[in-house]
Write a protein of this length. Structure first.
Length: 326
């Protein structure tokens, strides 16, 4: 309890009890005036006044103690003891509202849990037909049609995984394994995953040596890289993509179509696909939102700059910060 809080309590108490104090002093003054007017013996007046003052002190002491206890209860969020009918009604209404709010929160948590369970089940069930389709496509003779089917199946798998990982992000700390990882190995593994698109879209990749070891979660960091590399490939057909280290920053730069200035500040919003996404119909509006969430959980930061017709550059800071686990 600070002096400021004590001072606040005293001021509020005096403000609410002021009329009673003034009334008591006025009453004592009236007794004194009447005693002079009617020539009452001063000893009797003094005795009566002292008795009334003593009773008043006791009453006010009890009142201060009670109000102080109420004040402390409110501070500790334990509720207060109602002293008047109005306070009692107000307290009952507050308790009713708290119960209603609690019930709504419980209902929302239940609905959210059911929502996550449903889409988690859906994402897992989708893996079976996707795997079966990949096997069937693998048996087809090499042709342009087969390559097109492979690309589309890969996209379906990516989008399904995106939904699943979006749901998993809600319980990030339950699926976290932090180890020392080779940055070069992590990046090359992600690039290899998208190799079919580099080849078929004739996109040139310039991947420099990334001689750095970082402490991170392999799966989540790879997923973060996938969002940026996937976007770079998606909008850089026939262009170039560079991946290199600049100090303690991993840079992913492309010569793609770029992002409109009006969209740059909004592309990390959930569901926002931007001008490029609306034109190409290739954006889920979830990838960069997920990337921002992952980077925050991993204790990393990144910046994105872009210019229409020139390309986009993403810089991921690899400084070891505190990982969010709650």
């Amino acid at each position: 309890m600070t002096k400021r809080q004590v001072g606040f309590f005293i001021r509020q108490w005096l403000l609410t009890r002021g009329p009673f104090l003034v009334g008591g002093l006025g009453f004592l003054g009236l007794i004194g005036g009447m005693s002079v007017l009617f020539r009452v013996e001063m000893a009797l007046v003094a005795y009566t006044s002292l008795l009334l003052i003593g009773i008043g002190i006791v009453i006010f002491a009890i009142d201060v103690t009670k109000e102080w206890a109420n004040y402390r209860r409110v501070e500790r969020r334990e509720g207060l003891v109602s002293g008047t009918a109005a306070e009692l009604i107000l307290q009952e209404r507050i308790e009713e509202l708290e119960e209603t709010l609690k019930a709504r929160r419980d209902q929302e948590r239940t609905q959210q849990s059911e929502f996550q369970d449903y889409y988690t089940l859906w994402a897992h069930q989708m893996k079976i037909p996707i795997a079966a389709s990949q096997l069937l496509v693998g048996d087809l003779p090499t042709s342009k049609e087969k390559q097109a089917l492979e690309r589309e199946l890969f996209k379906i798998e990516q989008y399904t995984g995106l939904v699943l990982n979006y749901l998993r992000l809600q319980s990030f700390h339950e699926d976290l394994v932090v180890e020392r990882q080779s940055l070069d190995a992590l990046v090359r593994q992600v690039v290899k995953k998208f190799s079919i698109f580099f080849i078929q879209q004739k996109t040139e990749l310039r991947l420099e040596e990334l001689n750095l070891t970082i402490a991170t979660d392999k799966k989540w960091f790879s997923l973060l890289l996938e969002q940026f590399i996937s976007n770079a490939i998606k909008y850089t057909a026939g262009g170039q993509i560079w991946i290199y280290l600049d100090g303690d920053e991993l840079v992913i730069q492309d010569t793609g179509i770029g992002i409109a200035k009006s969209d740059v500040e909004r592309i990390f919003a959930r569901g926002f696909s931007g001008y490029n996404g609306r034109i190409s119909q290739q954006s889920s509006g979830l990838g960069l939102y997920l990337a921002q969430g992952i980077s925050e959980k991993l204790g990393m930061t990144f910046s994105l700059t872009s210019e229409v017709g020139t390309g986009t550059q993403v810089r991921i800071s690899l400084k070891e910060e505190r990982i969010v686990i709650d």
